[in-house]
Design a protein around this ligand. Structure first.
Ligand SMILES: O=P(O)(O)OC[C@H]1O[C@H](OP(=O)(O)OP(=O)(O)O)[C@H](O)[C@@H]1O
Ligand code: HPA
Ligand SMILES: [Mg+2]
Length: 195
């Protein structure tokens, strides 16, 4: 029997979820260091242009706010809410718009901010949808990608980490709406899914 896992103290605030956590895949420090790297790349590529960050709710909300603060560029923010997972651990493949953008994005330099590319179905659908609104440019910055889970190829300019094909939570990612508030990315103990 393995010991019940609780996040090591150096990983910071576990928000009381410690007993549910199996292992931490990416620490808060690793995530924040990667965000600084991504921000530098984006600053170089978009120098002199105003970027419109489009955050995909709800998963991207923590990444979006840390990334926007790290960028030394004038940015504007819009949000779109879509859902394809509900309370399941695999995509239904049916993407629904729960909240659309508030503004026209034609002639804007749009950078879509996503937490994760899993099957790729959400982003593939979203890029078609946003591309039809005639932005000046349209690129994606995603914190995580699961190369072994991708079902449709999505062109992604900026990627934080490629991760194994395991269901992960934290830093915006949920299981049945819980764990989004963790500052790191972790896997859950199997009992959590069966209870
Ligand atoms: O590549 P895919 O297989 O399509 O999965 C990725 C998408 O799924 C999750 O969103 P979800 O639909 O769970 O909504 P949420 O962001 O509100 O959790 C995640 O935030 C991505 O948007
Ligand atoms: O691994 C995941 N965790 C949480 N939400 C997700 N949505 C797609 N993949 C995932
Ligand atoms: Mg989700």
């Amino acid at each position: 029997m393995s010991e019940p896992a609780s996040a090591p103290a150096e990983l910071g605030n576990d928000h009381g979820y410690g007993p549910d956590i199996d292992h931490v895949l990416l620490s808060e420090e690793q995530i924040q260091a990667k965000i600084a790297e991504l921000a530098e790349q984006v600053e170089r590529d978009y120098a002199g242009r105003e970027v419109l960050l489009v955050g995909v709710l709800k998963g991207a909300v923590l990444f979006m706010s840390d990334f926007a603060r790290a960028l030394r560029l004038p940015t504007q923010m819009e949000f779109m809410a879509v859902s394809s997972y509900g309370s399941a651990t695999s995509s239904s493949g049916v993407v629904r718009i729960l909240k659309d953008l508030d503004r026209d994005i034609s002639d804007r330099h749009v950078l879509v901010i996503e937490d994760i590319i899993d099957s790729g179905l959400t982003l593939s659908w979203l890029l078609k949808n946003l591309g039809g609104r005639r932005p000046a440019s349209l690129e994606v910055c995603a914190l995580l990608r699961k190369p072994d889970a991708v079902k449709v190829d999505v062109p992604v300019r900026y990627i934080g980490f490629d991760i194994p094909n395991e269901f992960v939570v934290g830093y915006g990612l949920d299981y049945a709406e819980r764990y989004r508030d963790l500052p790191y990315i972790a896997t859950l103990r199997p009992e959590v899914y069966s209870s």
